[in-house]
Design a protein around this ligand. Sequence first.
Ligand code: NAP
Length: 327
Amino acid sequence: MSRHSVLITRMIPEKAVAYLKEQCDVEVNPHDRPLTKDELLASAKGRHAVMTMLTDPVNAELMDAVGPQCKIIANYAVGFNNMDIAAATERGIFLSNTPDVLTDATADMAWALMLAVARRVAEGDKVTRAGQFVGWSPLYMLGPEVSGKTLGIVGAGRIGQATAKRAIGFNMKVVYTANSPKPDFEKATGAAYLPLDDLLRTADFISLHVPLTPKTKYLISEREFGIMKKTAILVNTARGPVVDEKALAKALQTGQIWGAGLDVYEREPIVEDALLGLHNAVLAPHLGSATFETRENMGFMAANNILKALGGEVPPQCLNPEAAGKR
Ligand code: NAP
């Protein structure tokens, strides 16, 4: 029997590729960049499964280019805002993502940014390298204390809750918002549910963990910056378009908020020009899940979803189990 044919649209950790190669014929995009639209459509053609990245538009055009033999498109990401679920279900194609395995790494990144902004780590690094450090001084480069403050979690799902749990070690009060209250989370952390506007008024640190959907696009814009504390620090490790980047740059420039730490951008890899010159913004290049361990585990999880679907089962991290009825 001939082996199933799988495309992986970017190089991922080799062990996960090797795992898939034990059972399938696997082709990996050899370039260290996303495939262009034409390359993606051409190289996906005729595959039984495709492993995609958050930078690949997984839409009807791609699905039709792959063809009716395709059983699954497995995203190498937990976010699936790049995927058209209805189009996949209609065609009987399973979609899957990689939840849980990247939760800790992404929560750590949110904390790295919170601390870096508050304690001016990136700014201080630049000054030191430029030879401008002239010695300890009582009033030099002060920032807000982190311990004891209020952390606002916007989107208390897997990553939001993991970010909140880390706040316990900093003796912080946690407030959160989500579609619905989370009693178990409240019991475990002492967190209190607040509507978004109340959270924005209350929190010293605001960390975003919602998925990108039509409802969360520009969730944080000019109006929201207007109700935050002047001392607030905003951290975004969710998706760029959750924040209106121009409004953020203005809020930082005018002192409407104190600082921001960003891992994601509205038009990646383009970053709003106005942000680049701001000393009170720490800008990371989308590194939320970028640890050796997590990227390998994401690869195994996506590979496993592919193997399950190719074996005729509903994949464990399936986003549209109802596609089974369409095959
Ligand atoms: P998750 O478990 O699904 O959590 C999402 C949370 O957002 C849920 O608590 C949900 O509330 C809440 N939510 C959804 N829409 C909302 C709205 N309109 N208003 C308020 N809350 C809303 O997802 P996750 O695994 O934590 O991942 C979150 C996101 O992080 C992903 O979608 C992805 O885009 C991003 N991410 C980024 C990186 C990175 O590299 N920077 C890495 C991993 C993930 P309910 O539970 O009440 O429905």
